[in-house]
Write a protein that binds this ligand. Structure first.
Ligand SMILES: Cc1ncc(COP(=O)(O)O)c(C=O)c1O
Length: 387
């Protein structure tokens, strides 16, 4: 077995899923705010497009993907971010963004090089670290601070570290905190990456789940040695379809494409056809944002009533909340679990998550309202236990 796998802690969400499944088997009503996989139905026109595209004869898809999908992505990107991408040379469809994020360092890290650090913030989506480890890079997590709005501050990192760095991952809007970045921030980080010849990887799978100004893309700052990762999972409620894309610097895209055929990650043609239709439509995305806006309002009110401190959510469907005084995030999560409420303890997302928990606005609006009542009960017993 691969040594890395033996040393690795279980995937953070595994622990949560196991506990939840046990409760479910015992017949407990579960309000699952754990995994970020909302249950709103995929828009009917997307499902129809996929159904109609299932062919009589099915053959291997190419890793380069269908030209009409790349064209639809390019048109969407230009209308959304005012950045024109060449569909032939600057876009690769992916099988969701997770595989593309994981595989990226396998292509761009040279194990024998002095320049093999990969910087990412903590707390973070765990795949940046995992991909780095398997590629033989040096994971370099940087703690993100509440007082910095959870922005990764490259300007505070030692020059010597930056000189050894090959890749920087950023992810705004951010999982797990919901933090967003401005265009100025992206321009600054782009500038530092250029100064130190670092590849800037921007995981942008939450840019479409916003409640105020639409968040910017790193490609608005520039495209030299910069790539962005997008997904239909959150934007269009298509987690199960596995569809996204990587876009940016032509030379990186070319190299990445060359190696991706070894990974077997070509997206099925009928999924690509559904994806093409999804990128062409904004109405269903606006409808999804409206649903998350309602759920967000329920929890903003609840957290305020309960005196829980949280980062204001301008985008994503997450709340990043400080745990009540005197209890660890894990103990708090397990206390809530007794009531059927599943949240993710902050430390599941790395060292920087200590003292926080995350909720993903997954249950329906009705269930969110119910959950808040149950949660209040859980807080009462927590208070009684403390008094
Ligand atoms: C920050 C972040 N990046 C990437 C992904 C992967 O999304 P997908 O592979 O479904 O596109 C997720 C999923 O939760 C995520 O939270």
């Amino acid at each position: 077995m691969n040594r890395l796998l033996k040393e690795m802690k279980p995937y953070p969400m595994d622990e949560l899923v196991k506990a939840r499944e046990k409760l479910k088997r015992e017949g407990k009503k579960i309000y699952d705010f754990g995994t970020g996989d909302p249950k709103e139905p995929t828009a009917p026109f997307i499902r129809e497009a996929v159904k109609n595209a299932i062919p009589e004869v099915s053959q291997y898809p190419t890793v380069k993907g269908r030209p009409d999908l790349r064209k639809a992505i390019s048109e969407w990107f230009e209308s959304r971010f005012k950045v024109k991408l060449n569909p032939e040379t600057e876009i690769i469809p992916s099988a969701g963004s997770k595989e593309a994020i994981f595989h990226f360092p396998l292509v761009f890290i040279e194990e024998d090089s002095e320049k093999k650090r990969v910087i990412y913030g903590t707390p973070a989506y765990p795949v940046y670290e995992r991909g780095t480890l398997f590629a033989g890079g040096i994971p370099t997590p940087i703690t993100l601070k509440y007082e910095d709005g959870f922005l990764l501050r490259l300007d505070r990192i030692d020059r010597s570290i930056l000189e050894e760095t090959r890749i920087v991952w950023i992810n705004y809007p951010h999982n797990p905190t919901g933090a967003t970045a401005t265009k100025t921030y992206l321009e600054d980080i782009y500038g530092i990456c250029r100064e130190y010849d670092i590849i800037l990887c921007s995981d942008e799978c939450y840019t479409e789940i916003y409640f105020e100004e639409p968040p910017p893309s790193a490609l608005e700052a520039g495209r030299k040695k910069t790539v962005v990762f997008h997904s239909l999972s959150k934007r269009s409620g298509m987690t199960g379809y596995r569809s996204g894309f990587v876009a940016g610097d032509e030379s990186l895209i070319k190299e990445y494409l060359r190696f991706r055929s070894s990974f077997g990650v070509g997206s099925p043609e009928f999924i690509q056809i559904g994806a093409r239709e999804a990128w062409k439509d904004e109405k269903h995305v606006e409808e999804r944002r409206e649903i998350f806006r309602k759920k967000k309002a329920i929890f903003e009110k609840f957290f305020k009533e309960e005196g829980l401190e949280f980062l204001e959510v301008k985008a994503t469907f997450y709340f990043w909340v400080k745990v009540p005084e005197g209890i660890s995030s894990k103990d708090y999560a397990f206390h809530l679990l007794k009531y059927g409420i599943v949240v993710s303890p902050g430390d599941f997302f790395g060292k920087g998550g200590k003292g926080f928990f995350r909720i993903a606005l997954v249950p329906s609006v009705r269930e969110c309202k119910e959950a808040v009542k149950v949660w209040k009960e859980a807080h009462k017993t927590l208070k009684r236990r403390r008094d």
